[in-house]
Design a binder for this molecule. Sequence first.
Ligand code: B12
Length: 316
Amino acid sequence: MGKDTQAPPTSTVDDAKPKYTIRAAAQRTGLPPETLRAWEKRYGVPAPARSLSRYRLYSEEDLGEIRWMKVLVDEGIPPRQAAQLARERRAAGRAFQDSPARETGALVLDLKSACLAYDEDRAHKILRHAATVMRPNEIMRKVLLAAVAEINRDWETGLVTPAQEHFASKIARRFGVRIMSLFRERTDANTVVLACAPGEHRELGLLTLAVEARASGMRIVYLGADVPVDALLSAVRDLRPTIVVVAATMTAHLDPWLAAAAAVRPHARKTRFLWAGPGVHQATAKGLPGVEATTIDEALQALTAGHPVIPPTAAR
Ligand code: B12
């Protein structure tokens, strides 16, 4: 697993040298001296050296720590929590020069190596850490799907076994379902029911769409893989959702829906149907009511904009 054991950057002796006064530190980090004092007093971040006359003297490392914490705080992480992460990082001897993009890359590699080792606990620890540095819907796309894609690349070249690849997609699925509950739904939320077409077991694209829709405040009823046509239509009768999303990654998976087009049409008066995924080409041309979207971004746009949506109360 050579690729995964990338050494984190370490700091040099020079980086540790105390040399900046609080005024210079403030100029270099863009934070006022009062904030620097407050962070140090309340959270112990950073912990600058003192001159003989007891003035604070900041090192390059200290400045890196401040900037690192500032990125987290700017992203909406409470300072206490951001400081806790900074202290843990300091204790682990990791440098603070990492950009957020590099941080994301490191999370993907960490998660990949946890999945290859079938280490679910470590995978969850990594995802919990990710939750403190980015929004949950970003974790789904930037970390989980990126790790699945990484693993898949190695699988294609024979470096990863199908079992490891299954394990990774199971982690992605489980976490995706869980993170939906982290978002609050809007009080005027539209209900969206999402299901994979019959025989469709690849659900990570649909799940990503569900997480994004939940993040935008929609009420989500996520039914997952391989949902029979009758079962979904009965859920539509019961829930009267504003939108139903049916996912297909292969065109053949949409055949049962094409065969049932006549039974779908009456439902389309109150519910909008969105046929989504790479396998839905020509679904509407072939007689299904509603709209089509191939990519997650297109589908999200179709869910959230461009179409007047009936509030759930009016639809009932
Ligand atoms: C994980 C995986 C599985 C898992 C899925 C687990 C799960 N719970 O979802 C399982 C084990 C079920 C599986 C099964 C199969 N798989 Co598979 N699988 C993969 C793998 C490794 C990753 C796919 C994935 O989920 N990626 C994450 C998603 C989000 O990304 P993505 O697939 O790139 O999709 C992008 C777009 O297509 C789009 N998208 C995808 N789905 C959706 C859905 C919606 C609603 C929207 C809007 C967009 C969207 O958005 C994504 C991001 O851009 C790929 C390898 C690869 N190269 O992709 C093979 C792959 C997709 N599988 C493949 C195959 C052949 C199969 C099987 C037929 C194998 C078999 N013989 O049984 C079965 C089919 C199962 C079925 N009937 O549905 C082939 C597909 C070839 C093809 N083009 O037809 C691939 C490409 C592997 C390969 N190189 O051969 N698979």
